[in-house]
Design a protein around this ligand. Sequence first.
Ligand code: RVP
Length: 503
Amino acid sequence: MATFFEGESHTFSEYLLVPGYSSAENIPANVSLKTPLVKFRRGEEPSLSLNIPMVSAIMQSVSGVDMGVALAIEGGLAFIYGNQTPAQEAAMVKAVKDHKAGFVESDSTLTPDMTMEEVMELKARTGHSTMPVTEDGSPHGRLLGIVTSRDYRPTRDDHQKKVRDFMTPRERLIVGDKDITLKRANDVIWDNKLNALPVVDENDHLVGIVFRKDYDQHKSNPDELLDANKRYMVGAGINTRDYAERVPLLVEAGADVLCIDSSEGFSEWQKRTLDWIRANYGDSVKVGAGNVVDADGFRFLADCGADFVKVGIGGGSICITRETKGIGRGQASAVIDVCRARDEYFEETGVYVPVCSDGGIVYDYHMTLALAMGADFMMLGRYFARFDESPTERVNVNGQYMKEYWGEGSARARNWQRYDQGGAQKLGFVEGVDSYVPYAGSLKEGVRQTVYKIKSTMCNCGALTIKELQQKARLTLVSSTSIVEGGAHDVVVKDSQHSVSYR
Ligand code: RVP
């Protein structure tokens, strides 16, 4: 006879937190969201932690270089997608590691032959008034000069005037060399009353620009997630097929943590992958595994040596695995079950293996619920796909800005390795869709608002840390009727955006 799990399997929207006592101490400014990323022994500190409990999904439509940098600045971590060649993925990891905070790559570069009219158009499009001029117009071309709004007068000058005739030429520019530190660059800006300092390499090719307004970059991003060398931290997805080729390249490129990306991880393939990494790198390479949805799956991966375990099958917004294959489990039930198993494992072995809740976060409060249920951090696809920093196109659909977002199991991504069960090297059938998500602006603003909401709710529960939330949280299942009561109801909402503020 088959095994039947007790009760129904539930998802986040079916739960609410019941507030607990909050003291005057419980204000968002006092809340820390620091959380372990990899396993650790009782009494020890984890070797890697996150400053906010958010990582981006291992997906083509979510996690590229820009996501890696932007999310590390906020204290989270991106997992660069594995659905590309090992060399391409390693190059993305390296680009995040090489990114110098405060050194901006120009998105408005000119050639000397452009006209003042084109300069004005570019300025209107990007909003940037400082524009470097390079030989070929590329952001890393040979630097020939710089144009700022002080160099031309639209009301008086001929709009066909060439850039070469009004730019400040290279010989009159103060520049920094490519090894300059941000601190030194800011000193140069300050001493010379500059607005921006172009940074060039030994061949006079533009590396980036340091702007005066980035002066206190570190001070305004207190949660930045940095490695021991003050570089941004970044993760990378791997699969259970080509790890012997992929892992060494990713490690060499500087990936701080890896994660086996699979729709279903309770398998011998994951064990083989983890065994190979341990045999070749011992514990020096950190690697998460998954996905699983129950205690047995967790224990299997923990025993195989996973550094964290990822939970979730079929709950992703673009995922149709449950419809196509009939496997999965409500995300809340899966997280609760696995986190219970993690705590038992910790009691027994003294090893704490962090749990990542992956997929199915629709509202910001779902993140607080996932944490309260025991998750150490969340992996999010749809949430991050909406921001400027996701690698997909922003498009206008019926008058509304959207970003494209597609599943790794969709016909568009064809990530057969993620769904591999040892058969032919192709996707047998699709398990994901291609979609749009409403555009939501910059990651910084979006994440900061979400983080503030999580902290506020934690205060309502009397918790100043995630651990405390997990100990103090009181959760209740809600009936479908009371879910209706939770939104605006029995009124005509004036601002239709209200009901979809996160979506
Ligand atoms: P969501 O945040 O709800 O958009 O879910 C993202 C998660 O969905 C990913 O981290 C991954 O686990 C899963 N996914 C990615 N592609 C697919 C698919 O095509 N079915 N599912």
